[in-house]
Design a protein around this ligand. Sequence first.
Ligand SMILES: C[S@@+](CC[C@H](N)C(=O)[O-])C[C@H]1O[C@@H](n2cnc3c(N)ncnc32)[C@H](O)[C@@H]1O
Length: 263
Amino acid sequence: MKTGYDDYAFIADLYDYVPGYAYRGDVDFYLDCCRSVNGRILELGCGTGRILIPIAESGCHITGLDFSEHMLARCRQKLQDEPEEVQKRVRLVQGKMADFDLNEIFSMAIIPFRPFQHLIEVADQMACLHQIHRHLEDNGKLVFDLFQVDPRKMFGTKFTEEESEDFSWVDLPDGRKLKRSHRISAKHWSQQYNDVELIYYVSHPDGKVERLVQAFPFRYFFRYEVLHLLERCGFRIAELYGNFDKTTLMDDSPEMIFVAEKY
Ligand SMILES: C[S@@+](CC[C@H](N)C(=O)[O-])C[C@H]1O[C@@H](n2cnc3c(N)ncnc32)[C@H](O)[C@@H]1O
């Protein structure tokens, strides 16, 4: 399992300052989902708590699981600024999405911002869904988002050399500046994954510029593949959206957001 999140501390340090993450527009969507059930929430791949903390603030009890100690440490640090009653509603666990045992039953599981796409093999995807199924109450819900494939970006050259800028310099609170690019270093069409590099440039007040690379394989999925996968693991689809404003999935939708129900 290679995601970079567990290997490099710099990702947890910089994650919350990436404008595309901070303004992704998914927080209210997941908040609504969690408030619609009256019970405990499980978040897989909770990272720095970008979604988990607002959910706990809203009054829900939530358990966050993540493989990366660096991301969990950042989440714990942010939680320390929260009132005690919010902190008490959160349980954080270090573990793998495809193999966990929390000894807790949940009303809803969520996997915000694509951690499921780090599961490259079907066996791991199914293991993850089986574990979620086992941890949900009867008729419990599973909500997760994946990007929808843009076929124009999929093809072209098999190996790409150029970096493409995600955002230009932004100021960090401690005086550093950050910009980021990304690069697809190889495409594996027959196995439906790309080798992705997220390239962080950090400019320090003394003029030093660091180039830090998070390299990882990233799986992509198609709508009906996910429906079949869910069916095989005991879930039926309740809703399928193309964006966080709950619009229907269409050809040019950026996301595929699945709301599934355990049966
Ligand atoms: C893009 S971040 C999403 C974090 C958070 N859900 C959010 O919306 O900001 C992906 C997270 O998934 C975690 N992750 C990736 N693969 C995982 C696995 N197999 N098991 C547990 N966590 C995993 C990473 O450590 C990382 O924190």
